[in-house]
Design a protein around this ligand. Sequence first.
Ligand code: ADP
Ligand code: MG
Length: 749
Amino acid sequence: MLTTDPLAVPLARATNPRTGKALGKLGLETAEDLLRHYPRRYAEAATLTDMTRLAVGEHVTVVAEVVRTSLRTTAQGKGLLQSTITDGTSRLELTFFATHRRKLEWRESQLRTGRRGLFTGVVSLYRGTLQLMHPECRLFGAEDDVQDEEEALLDASRPIPIYPAFAGFESWKVAQAVRTVLDPLREVDVPDPVPDRLREAHALPTLLEALRFVHVPADEAEWQRGRDRLRYEEALVLQAELARRRERVAQEEAVARPRRAGGLLDAFDARLPFELTAGQRTVGEEIAAELAAPRPMQRLLQGEVGSGKTVVALRAMLQVVDAGGQAALLAPTEVLAAQHVRTLRALLGDLADGGFLGGAENATRVALLTGSLPAAARREALLDAASGRAGIVVGTHALLSEHVQIADLGLVVVDEQHRFGVEQRDALRAKAARTPHTLVMTATPIPRTVAMTVFGDLETSVLDQVPAGRAGITTHAVPADNPRWTDRTWQRVREEVDRGGRAYVVCPRIEADDAPGGAADDDEGADLLAEAVETVGGGAVPPRRPLRAVTEVAEQLRARADLAGVGVGVLHGRMAPDEKERAFAAFASGAAPVLVSTTVIEVGVDVPDATVMVVLDADRFGLSQLHQLRGRVGRGSRPGLCLLVSAAEPGTDAHTRLETLASTTDGFRLAALDLELRHEGDVLGAAQHGRGSSLRLLRVTRDADVIDLARSDARALVADDAELAAWPALRGAIEQQLAGEREEYLDRA
Ligand code: ADP
Ligand code: MG
């Protein structure tokens, strides 16, 4: 039997070709697309006005009967239609003009004597008579108007759905098209992604009911009920996908890597120059236990900036190396990968000198694999990875290339999860004979709801304290156009440098003539930069003056008398990798203690002597990003100073953001604030333009409860039925709503 899915019918057929074409411009192709195009808000229903109490200037809707209608041509040759209506007691005139009387003939036949209807308009007074000019008329019982009086009155009492309008196609036309599509549907036509048992448990309406509620609500309570149910559905579909993915990996076998006494990890712990924080210990035990199990660990480690995630990750890696495996550490940029290698080697000391004279017994190696290594170094690193000689392989995306072989990959650590998504994790996992354990680390704290939405397939550990003994950091917002403050800023830099400190100076652009945030940086920095500009750019006032640029600022600083004799280096994504390396090394060593850079230094860079962070045009960056930047200083025993230079006027959002940052160092609080200030789409990385996102009603800022509920429901469903075979509609919804965009937003997180 041939059946057609009424939801899949093209709109040109479901409505009419002209409407179909107009809706197509909104990106709506099928009946289902239109039904999922929810009203943006609702206007209050028309309340019927008693005709005996009409007041001039009032917007009214009355029920009345036509007493008389006349159409004529005025002295100026125009058409004029006048109609008198009554409720039996009072009378009211309706008046219509047109360029020609012919244009009013249909109106004349509509307003036949004796017909009843609803008339809506603004009351005016003309020569002593109350009238409505060009009122909206809904006649009862007409073929192409509403069916009968009862239904018409009901319609008039409903909240009016307001759809996002667009040129030439008004909201009421969308509403009309929705009715055409929605009215004939029956329950069987609309498969419900929410399984019966959940719908019953939460007393939710069916999908069809919910669609009727949001598109044709009887009252406010109804559209709210519909909206709540659709919101839950969005959360459920997303969480079901995450739960399924988590379950799939959990079903895979991993090699158990239990902790071995007397190995590298013990040796490392014994020589650690500091005590682990309580958090580092607890999280460390969690991870150690999971690595010891034959199921893949899937864990997210998020923590406050400077909370010591690297040490936690390194200890996990050493446990795996002790158990005979290897660990890969993925970093988002080459600068960061190189720095990780330096940090790890420094922390490990001779424990990382495997195969070298003087290396400790059972020492391993830390190999660096990036896209731009010289051929010989690359060959050696490849060999170290493939032979298993390097217990730890650090790299960027280059690690994902097919040429890279890792003998026995037991653990993948993804650091500073900025741009490694599900796909990259999968690609790296595919290098292992058996599924490796995975540890994902975020750069900054993220709100719980975001963690649940974006990393919902991972278990979460949190490090919320920074090690004791940190001197801390002071943050000030500095007005850009005040020469005294400017001088003071650079004097402070000078003072810190004189005391052996280092200063970062961050700018939003590389060259003075670059477009802000444009293709300024290579792919390492550009995304972050573009993101920064985007984050705050939405609707922002264009800057009064060009944004500060790295090369220009470096010149200016070199010319300043108060910085005479101070080495000023530059670092940005357009430099060659070895140039970057050199610039960074000169900074770390103190040869060039002032480093002017883009946000390439945003994540993870760790120079303990750095004490000052100056951010120019600070209002161009997001809160979390500034918090992350600020986390680069004050890591040693000397207090850090962060100066946020900006031309933002007091009272503006941008200024408020900077003041907020100056007032707290609690990253979790800032993350929550940031989320409120940013567009949802930026957070999820979803396409911004209406149709792109499957999250239409759900807001991670507001709907934590719904997300929580959906997550536990989804996990229960998947526990019963890993592939959701019993719930084809839910599966269908996952495939349909998340196809394409899923990759996009889970990836970008
Ligand atoms: P983040 O969590 O931001 O990545 P890092 O791992 O870079 O932080 O650690 C920041 C600094 O703190 C590093 O210099 C690291 O050696 C140091 N550190 C880590 N753990 C401790 C600790 N328990 N006590 C003192 N210093 C620590
Ligand atoms: Mg780090």
